[in-house]
Ligand binder design. Structure first.
Ligand SMILES: Cc1cc2nc3c(=O)[nH]c(=O)nc-3n(C[C@H](O)[C@H](O)[C@H](O)COP(=O)(O)OP(=O)(O)OC[C@H]3O[C@@H](n4cnc5c(N)ncnc54)[C@H](O)[C@@H]3O)c2cc1C
Length: 88
């Protein structure tokens, strides 16, 4: 596969856009196809761990993430039943 190879990425979620960013950076001609007409908020927010943020930082998205997000001092996750603390 040479760098003029065209790549279709299906889905503009975190995975698809991250893959597209890296493929484009590597010189491939990337087109992203997304089925939805637009994006809407469906939850309270996305909490991303350090391992998930790192590849986005390498794509140069660090300043935008810092501007749009917050850095929590701590994180607590509970299982639904019986509200047992499972990580923090
Ligand atoms: C309410 C909620 C809260 C969450 N909170 C967190 C959190 O706090 N932290 C965390 O790490 N994760 C969280 N997650 C999970 C996280 O959102 C997913 O793991 C992550 O977004 C998955 O990314 P993805 O790119 O694999 O898939 P998606 O984000 O689902 O992206 C897939 C995309 O592909 C598109 N698509 C699918 N089929 C086609 C097709 N045939 N043609 C074109 N487009 C197509 C879809 O429309 C979609 O936009 C949460 C999920 C939900 C639903």
């Amino acid at each position: 596969m040479n760098s003029a190879t065209r790549v279709a990425v299906i889905g503009a979620g975190l995975g698809g856009l991250t893959a597209a960013g890296y493929l484009q950076r590597a010189g491939f001609l990337v087109t992203v196809y997304e089925q939805t007409a637009g994006f809407a908020r469906i939850g309270a927010g996305i909490v991303m761990g350090a391992n998930a943020v790192r590849p986005l930082m390498h794509l140069g998205l660090g300043p935008a993430l810092v501007a749009a997000g917050i850095k929590p001092d701590s994180f607590l996750s509970r299982s639904w039943t019986p509200a047992r603390r499972c990580m923090n």
